[in-house]
Ligand binder design. Structure first.
Ligand code: N01
Length: 891
């Protein structure tokens, strides 16, 4: 669109007269365009405003040489209209900025969107007027706007960050920002050029700038991971997939974790050999697929630092193989953050560019910039004269464009800048408490930049517009998030932290790139599909967490938190619900055992330990099998006798294998998992008597097993924790063995079924109330149930070994576990409790599936080490998580 046409368009809004619309939108990029289209179709009057001279958003401004998308264009497109999809064909796998801009122009033309967009127009201030329940916007160009709903489609990376280097104003040469590259281009021929910054913009532009400049000097503060794009025509395999079933392809993207329809890797790093890992890496390196490299190598690459390090090593090897000067290769190799924690880049000849004689890398970690001078850039070691400085220094991301471009004043005169002073607070990343009818498209707290933006944008726009339609139909004129819902979303966001490694890097994802900006992972890292289902649930649960008001209708406020489960627990339970399994108890005892054995085959294998050895141990009337897990460290080791879960009916010494391995690795102790006998073949008290006998045998044979002589420890999960608890009571009463401590994970401690947790969590959390009835019926006659060997809560508790008791919020057994911990404590036993918020009965044994339970398992291991008089384990989980998920109550 010509500048004259822009001026015409801007002047159509008459000065002095307020323009009244249903909805005002800021931004005319991917999000703004789709908003205008959908809102108009839904019958709303709408105006969009953009400072730019035409549509395009980020693609309007970022015109630097080499600018391209780095998600395959086949995925980086609108999907709302199949005809639009048929009408446009991308020429490349990763389209250039000009092609993407042409596409957005094509979309604007096709739906005649420009007629409702005021270009060259900045919103100067936005104020909520309580009396009219409308937003009033003052603008830089043309009429002010009064709107019922105000939607920020401002993009996540649109407010450039100032260079923060002294002396920029003194520089006598030319200065350019990649984010505001001149439309007419820049002639760099024969010039000495400096680039500051090696993020995506720097890495994309550097090879092309090097081709033009007489000499290029790259000032790098943090080396980044870059993968060759191998650009070319759209890959035929994915194009064929799309052509085969366009709707299914798009739908798969919408429900995926990243917004790109690629199935994630299922094998874990420790299940693959070095050769297999290398093969996978080479394949993705050759494919040039960033999302693939981020998700397809091994299942734990994105959340486990050790698994991620394997991948980072392969990257560094590649850099060394491309860059001829070893010092330069070293400087270009990232070592301070896991792959993917900072946005990795797609490049074309980036690393090879540093082999050119006319390109120099300055490593700012070794020689920081001290100032920019009239003639160039000075570091603490030297001065480098240049004619041109290109700042590829990035953006005040996520919040910059929302809060810095103009004051937004909500209810009771509260400014968004004040409300967000310590970081952004949102509900779903879309709304903010205290700011009625204000919507953020891909705002902080939404998957946004951790996803394929086009998919996230469509989801947000559809969700918001659908809500506006529903409000209108019900007669509501305002919609506002509640503080409870917003606080719940913040908690859910924090719960999601261990799912990825983003928290471990200094990056614009966390605000670390802007001096003084509050820090925390801003985008939602729980995945695109889960996020979509949460948004849908908010609507289906009567707009949970929103207050709706309107003239002539009763206020509606269905307050609450939308996600109370840990994010991965929610996924596991969702998958189980989809499987629609019959109740386990309906299989009968043997059928249930077969079912569990089959079910366990599909879980990730446990992690390697030093040695796994099977054996048998004697009890009065036979032999019991056991499996011993020995750490890789030199012994002798403290010994833990472990009892598996399964309601005294199911399971065996192998059935908690991943949990035993994990505890062995974390504690550095031998675990002996005992195959005690089960009901109905062997009813009460066989299981507990077996447990006691096995513990005594292990204690007596500790040295032969490679263990440390002296007291043993006991641990168990569920019914196994019942056996561990009872074993401690029997050992106290029967003269040994000496037990140094007990770890009880979700223990069965009493035969009562009327505690609140039995009622609240009766169904829906895998272990059901009726399954527990069934277990008790098979195991123990009603008359025996009050025997302390069945219900240890009813026993004498004084003089027991110190205990660590773990309970889960969504577990029928929660309250009897807490009751046991409290009763032991009242009896003078040293007790620590871990009350795991958002977890279910199986959270801690589902190692590598419920990764949010890793912190808790680390705490259990440390408790066992304390009981054994050992120093605390190396802070294994501090590298996994920088905060605790749980309300641990140490007593
Ligand atoms: O910005 P960045 P970007 N002195 O913040 C350095 C998207 N994008 O514009 O890492 C010296 O990533 C800074 O160093 P450090 C994409 O999501 C997509 O490149 O803070 N150096 C860093 O190296 C991307 O992630 C595409 O230590 C300074 C660089 O400048 C996001 O936009 C293309 C400095 C900034 O990197 C942002 O990318 C382009 C200083 N004072 C962008 N200040 C696609 O391909 C900053 N730096 C789709």
């Amino acid at each position: 669109m010509s500048e004259a046409m822009v001026a015409d368009r801007a002047s159509e809004a008459t000065h002095g007269v307020t323009q009244h619309v249903d909805v005002a939108v800021v931004g005319a990029g991917f999000a703004g365009l789709y908003l205008v289209h959908r809102l108009r179709k839904a019958g709303f009057t709408v105006v969009a405003m953009d400072e730019a001279g035409d549509v395009g958003g980020t693609w309007y401004w970022n015109r630097y040489p080499g600018a391209r998308c780095d998600i395959q264009t086949i995925d980086y497109s609108y999907s709302f209209d199949p005809e639009l999809e048929q009408a446009w064909t991308w020429s490349e796998k990763y389209a250039t900025q000009p092609e993407i801009l042409r596409y957005l122009g094509f979309v604007a033309d096709r739906y005649d969107l420009r007629r409702d967009i005021r270009f060259g127009t900045k919103v100067l201030a936005a104020t909520w007027i309580d009396a009219t329940e409308r937003w009033l916007l003052t603008t830089s160009n043309g009429a002010d706007v009064s709107c019922r709903h105000y939607i920020m489609a401002t993009g996540c990376l649109s407010a450039p960050k100032p260079p923060e280097i002294d002396g920029v104003k003194d520089f006598k040469g030319e200065i350019y920002f990649t984010s505001r590259w001149p439309h007419q281009g820049v002639d760099l021929k024969g010039k000495r050029v400096a680039v500051i910054g090696t993020g995506s913009s720097g890495i994309q532009s550097i090879p092309l700038l090097a081709e033009q400049a007489a000499h290029l000097t790259v000032f790098q503060r943090t080396p980044n991971f870059a993968l060759p794009a191998h650009n070319g025509p759209p890959p035929s395999d994915r194009a064929a997939l799309l052509a085969q079933d366009r709707a299914a392809f798009r739908e798969q993207g919408r429900w995926s974790m990243t917004g790109v329809p690629l199935p994630p890797a299922t094998e874990f790093s420790f299940q693959l050999s070095d050769t297999e890992r290398r093969e996978r890496f080479e394949k993705l390196w050759a494919a040039g697929d960033l999302v693939g490299m981020l998700t397809q190598l091994w299942a734990d690459q994105g959340n486990d630092v050790d698994a991620n390090a394997l991948l980072a090593d392969l990257f560094r090897e590649k850099i060394r193989s491309i860059v001829t000067d070893p010092d330069t290769a070293d400087a270009l190799s990232p070592t301070d953050h896991p792959f993917g924690s900072k946005r990795p880049c797609l490049d074309t000849d980036y690393y090879a560019t540093f082999n050119r004689p006319d390109v120099t890398l300055v490593n700012l970690r070794k020689e920081p910039i001290t100032a920019i001078t009239a003639s160039g850039i000075t570091t603490d070691k030297r001065s480098i004269d240049v004619d041109v400085i290109v700042f590829a220094t990035g953006f005040d991301a996520m919040t910059g464009a929302i809060k810095a471009i103009h004051p937004i004043t909500g209810r009771a005169g509260r400014s968004l800048t004040d409300v967000w002073a310590d970081g952004p607070h949102t509900y779903l990343g879309v709304t903010v408490a205290g700011f009625p009818n204000l919507f953020l498209i891909t705002g902080p707290g939404s998957p946004s930049v951790l996803s394929n933006m086009s998919v996230s944008i469509e989801q947000h726009v559809d969700w918001v517009v659908d809500r506006l339609i529903a409000l209108r139909e019900a007669g509501f004129t305002s919609m506002e998030a509640t503080e409870t819902a917003q606080a719940g979303w913040a908690r859910h966001m924090a719960d999601c932290a261990p799912l990825t490694l983003h928290r471990l890097a200094n990056t614009w994802y966390t605000g670390a790139n802007v001096p003084g900006k509050p820090q925390g992972v801003m985008p939602y890292n729980g995945g695109v599909g889960p996020y979509r289902s949460i948004c849908n649930e908010v609507a289906s649960q009567g707009m949970l967490g929103f207050r709706l008001t309107g003239p002539g209708v009763a206020e509606q406020c269905n307050d609450g938190e939308i996600v109370r489960l840990q994010p991965d627990v929610r996924l596991v339970l969702g998958m189980l619900a989809q499987m629609n399994l019959p109740p386990i108890e309906s299989f009968g005892a043997q059928g249930a055992r077969d079912f569990v054995a089959e079910f366990n085959k599909s879980r990730p294998a446990g992690r390697p330990v030093g040695e796994v050895k099977d054996g048998t141990l004697p009890v009065a009337d036979g032999q019991l099998p056991y499996r011993l897990y020995r750490p890789a460290t030199p012994g002798p080791h403290a010994v833990v006798v472990y009892f598996h879960g399964g309601g005294w009916v199911l399971g065996d010494e192998l059935s908690d294998d991943p949990f035993c391995r994990d505890l062995c690795r974390r504690t550095g102790m031998i675990l002996v998992s005992v195959g005690y006998r089960h009901a109905p073949e062997h009813r009460f008290p066989t299981a507990v008597e077996d447990g006691f006998a096995a513990t005594r045998w292990v204690a007596e044979h500790a040295a032969e097993l490679g263990g440390r002589p002296g007291p043993v420890l006991v641990a168990g999960w569920s019914a196994g924790a019942n056996i561990a608890a009872v074993t401690c009571q029997l050992a106290r009463d029967r003269g040994g063995p000496e037990i140094a401590g007990q770890l009880l994970v979700c223990p069965v401690t009493d035969c009562r079924f009327d505690r609140a947790s039995y009622i609240d969590n009766a169904t829906g959390y895998f272990l059901t109330r009726s399954l527990m009835f069934w277990f008790w019926d098979i195991y123990c006659a009603p008359a025996d149930r009050t025997d302390p060997r069945a219900s240890p809560l009813r026993g004498q508790l004084a003089g027991l070994p110190p205990a660590y008791v773990v309970t889960c919020e969504f577990d029928p057994l929660r309250d009897e576990g807490i009751a046991y911990a409290e009763a032991m404590q009242a009896a003078g036993v040293p007790v620590e409790q871990l009350q795991a918020r958002g977890h279910f009965h199986s959270s801690f044994t589902m190692v590598d599936v419920v990764v949010t339970s890793a912190d808790g398992r680390g705490q259990m291991a440390n408790a066992l080490r304390r009981f054994a008089g050992l120093p605390q384990a190396a802070e294994q989980d501090n590298k996994q998580s920088d905060r605790t998920n749980f309300n641990a109550a140490a007593s």
